[in-house]
Design a protein around this ligand. Structure first.
Ligand SMILES: [Zn+2]
Ligand SMILES: [Zn+2]
Length: 406
C-alpha cells in the first residue's frame, strides 16, 4: 500500500529537497520556523529520517531525531528501516546513533534481511561490526542495581557509562583492548569487579533461550580474560613492590602494568614471526570458553588445530566481527590491528600505525627491523607474507561469518 504523494505540502517537499542536497543549515532553519511532525513519507514510503540515513548524513539525522522522528517507523515499500538505509550508506557512526535511539537490530526488509545482513551484502564491514557489537544500555542496568541478596550492585553505577563504551569496542585486538582500558582509569581501578560482571554477562547471553547469542557470549568471555590478565599483572607487580617496600606513586604503577602487558603481547622473538605470548594467551582464552557445545567454540578450536593455522588474533576477531574487507588489510596498524591506520614509520615507511602512541608502543620491537626494512625493501617479501596470511584469514572468516550475524 504505497502512500499517496499528492498529500505532501510544499513545505514537506522542501524538506525532502534540503535533505537530498545535504543542506543541514537550511533544513535547521526550516524546522525551527515551522513546528511540524517529521513522520510524513514520500511516494516510496520513505520518511525524511530514512532519506537522511540513506545519504549517510549524521548531522541531519540527529536534527530529525531531536525533532521527534520515530527511529523505527517503517512505511517503506520494501520495508527498509532507517537502520537499513544507514547500514547501506556505510556510515558506522550513524548506525551507532540510530541504535542508541532504540533502532531495532532485528527488523527485516521485504526479502527477510536485517540491516547488518544488508551492510555485509554491500561490503560495509564497519557497519556490520558496529551493529553486531551494539549492546543496549538496558543490558547493563541490571548490574548497577543490587539483585536478590546482594547488598551492593556488581557494577558501581558511576562506571556504567565507560563500561558500556568498553564492551562495545569493535577492534578486539588484545593490545587495543589494553589501550582502551588504560584510557578508562576508573575501569582499571575496578578491574576485579569488571571481570565478574563480564563473566556474568557471558552466562546471560548463553541462557536467553531463542535469543541466545554465542558471539556476544564469547566476546564477554574474551574481554574478561584480558581483564583477568591485567589483574594478574597488577598483583605480580604489587608483590614485587611489597618486596622492595618502596613508597612510589601507586596510580602511576597501575598504568605501567598495562604497558608492560602490551609489550608482552607485542613481543616476537623471531623476526616476522607471530608474537608468542599473545598467541598462547589467545589460544588459552578460546580453550577456556565454558560453552563447549557452542558452534563458535568448535569452529575456533578446529581452525586453530588445522595445519598452518592463521594467527589466533585473526581467528578471535573473525569469530566476533565476521569477515573483514580485503582492502582494509592494506592499512592495518601493526600495534593494535586498527583499520585505516594512516601514519607510516617515517624512516622505513614499511609499517603503519594509528598514531604516535601506537608507534611508541611498538618501537621496542620495530627498532631492530626498521633499519633493515628500507623503503626499497618495503614491497618485497614481507608484504607477500602478509597477503598469504590474509588469504587464510579470509577463508576462516567466511566459515565463521554466519555466526556474527544474529
Ligand atoms: Zn594502532
Ligand atoms: Zn621503521
Amino acid at each position: 500500500m504505497a502512500p499517496a504523494t499528492e498529500g505532501l505540502t510544499d513545505l514537506q517537499k522542501e524538506i525532502f529537497t534540503k535533505i537530498s542536497q545535504n543542506e543541514a543549515c537550511e533544513l535547521k532553519a526550516l524546522l525551527a520556523q515551522n513546528k511540524l511532525k517529521v513522520d510524513f513519507v514520500d511516494e516510496n514510503g520513505m520518511s525524511p529520517l530514512q532519506h537522511a540515513c540513506y545519504k549517510g548524513n549524521k548531522e541531519i539525522v540527529q536534527m530529525l531525531l531531536d525533532q521527534g522522528a520515530d527511529v523505527n517507523a517503517c512505511q517503506h515499500e520494501h520495508a527498509y528501516t532507517a537502520l537499513h538505509f544507514a547500514a547501506l550508506s556505510g556510515n558506522a557512526e550513524l548506525c551507532h546513533l540510530l541504535m542508541s535511539h532504540g533502532a531495532r537490530l532485528t527488523a527485516t526488509n521485504s526479502v527477510g534481511r536485517t540491516a547488518a545482513q544488508m551492510a555485509a551484502f554491500v561490503g560495509n564491514h564497519n557497519c556490520v561490526a558496529t551493529i553486531n557489537n551494539f549492546i543496549p544500555k538496558a543490558d547493563i542496568d541490571y548490574f548497577i542495581k543490587p539483585q536478590g541478596l546482594q547488598t551492593e550492585p556488581m557494577l558501581p553505577p558511576h562506571l556504567a557509562e565507560c563500561f558500556h563504551q568498553f564492551i562495545m569496542q569493535v577492534n578486539v585486538n588484545p593490545v587495543r583492548v589494553c589501550m582502551n582500558l588504560q584510557r578508562l582509569p576508573a575501569l582499571l581501578e575496578n578491574a576485579a569487579k569488571i571481570q565478574k560482571v563480564l563473566e556474568s554477562m557471558r552466562y546471560r547471553e548463553m541462557t536467553r533461550g531463542a535469543e541466545t547469542n554465542e558471539v556476544m557470549a564469547f566476546k564477554y568471555h574474551y574481554l574478561s580474560c584480558v581483564v583477568a590478565e591485567v589483574l594478574k599483572c597488577q598483583k605480580r607487580q604489587e608483590a614485587m613492590k611489597a618486596e622492595k617496600s618502596g613508597n612510589e606513586e601507586s596510580e602511576e604503577k597501575k598504568s605501567d602494568t598495562v604497558e608492560l602487558l602490551v609489550r608482552r603481547f607485542l613481543k616476537c622473538s623471531k623476526s616476522d614471526g607471530l608474537p608468542e605470548y599473545q598467541e598462547a594467551f589467545l589460544r588459552e582464552c578460546v580453550r577456556e570458553f565454558p560453552f563447549r557445545e557452542s558452534t563458535i567454540f568448535r569452529q575456533m578450536v578446529a581452525t586453530l588445530a588445522s595445519t598452518d593455522p592463521p594467527s589466533a588474533v585473526s581467528v578471535v576477531s573473525a569469530a566476533i566481527n565476521g569477515q573483514r574487507g580485503f582492502s582494509d588489510n592494506a592499512q592495518t596498524c601493526v600495534t593494535c590491528g586498527e583499520d585505516k591506520a594512516t601514519k607510516k614509520c617515517s624512516k622505513c615507511k614499511a609499517v603503519q600505525y594509528c598514531d604516535r602512541e601506537c608507534q611508541r608502543l611498538h618501537w621496542f620491537m620495530h627498532k631492530k627491523a626498521c633499519a633493515r626494512l628500507g623503503p626499497s625493501l618495503a614491497n618485497t617479501g614481507k608484504i607477500t607474507d602478509v597477503h598469504n596470511k590474509e588469504q587464510i584469514t579470509n577463508a576462516v572468516s567466511s566459515r565463521l561469518q554466519n555466526l556474527a550475524v544474529k
